[in-house]
Design a protein around this ligand. Structure first.
Ligand code: CA
Length: 229
């Protein structure tokens, strides 16, 4: 069996060195990136089995790295290192698709245990296409089609549709869509009209020319996308 390959994305050289050394002693092959953008490139290109990803990184932070990684369709297991025992950071990490998190400072033995646990999990099927009825969204090429016909979406419309499709059959409230698509835009918080406007645009593009309407309004609650049966 080939040794398992771990990527460490951490800008604190001392900690990165300790981790590298410790993991090598455990028989892992280890590579290290000391900034977010480099880490993302390596995670996308290298054949790693897991990533240990720090949140506080220069340039591109750990959440951004993780969210780009997941957008590209990667299901690579990721453990996030949060700076302190910060619940928001943990929730944010898990929301962005982290598999586990560890608050600094941590015990190396604990990291090892978490790492082994996520490596034991069965590899999730690599999901690159989301679909409902005749609507398909390719997460790699970012192409959206309905019955084979290309639909041109803005990045925000794409984000909303991706969120709806990834939770097909579930009602998403305007607040959930707001948090998901405009996460750091404090000015827009609370403006549910904005969500309405965007969903209406999206609806025109996706449903207008079709008898079957895929995006449904759940009055007083939010929106849902589902197969019409
Ligand atoms: Ca750091």
């Amino acid at each position: 069996m080939n040794p398992l390959k771990i990527l460490i994305v951490e800008d604190e050289h001392k900690l990165a060195q300790v981790l590298q050394q410790g993991l090598k002693e455990q028989g892992f092959v280890v590579e290290w990136a000391d900034d977010g953008a480099l880490g993302l490139d390596m995670a996308l290109e290298g054949s790693f089995d897991a990533v240990i990803l720090d949140v506080m990184l220069p340039g591109m932070n750990g959440f951004e790295v993780l969210s780009e990684l997941r957008k590209s369709g990667s299901t690579l297991p990721v453990i996030m290192l949060t700076a302190r025992n910060n619940v928001d950071d943990r929730v944010r990490g898990l929301d962005h698709g982290a598999d586990d998190y560890l608050a600094k400072p941590f015990d190396f033995k604990e990291l090892l245990a978490r790492l082994r646990a996520i490596l034991r999990r069965p590899k999730t099927e690599l999901r690159t296409t989301l679909r409902v009825a005749g609507l398909t969204m390719n997460l790699k090429s970012r192409e959206v089609r309905r019955d084979g016909k290309f639909i041109d979406l803005t990045p925000k419309e794409f984000g909303i549709l991706e969120y709806l499709l990834s939770r097909k059959g579930l009602v998403l409230t305007k607040a959930m869509i707001m948090d998901h698509v405009w996460p750091s835009d404090a000015d827009c918080q609370g403006s549910s009209n904005l969500v309405e406007v965007y969903v209406n645009h999206l609806r025109k593009k996706v449903d207008q020319d079709h008898a079957v309407k895929l995006i449904q309004t759940v009055r007083g609650s939010g929106y849902i996308i589902q197969d019409q049966t």
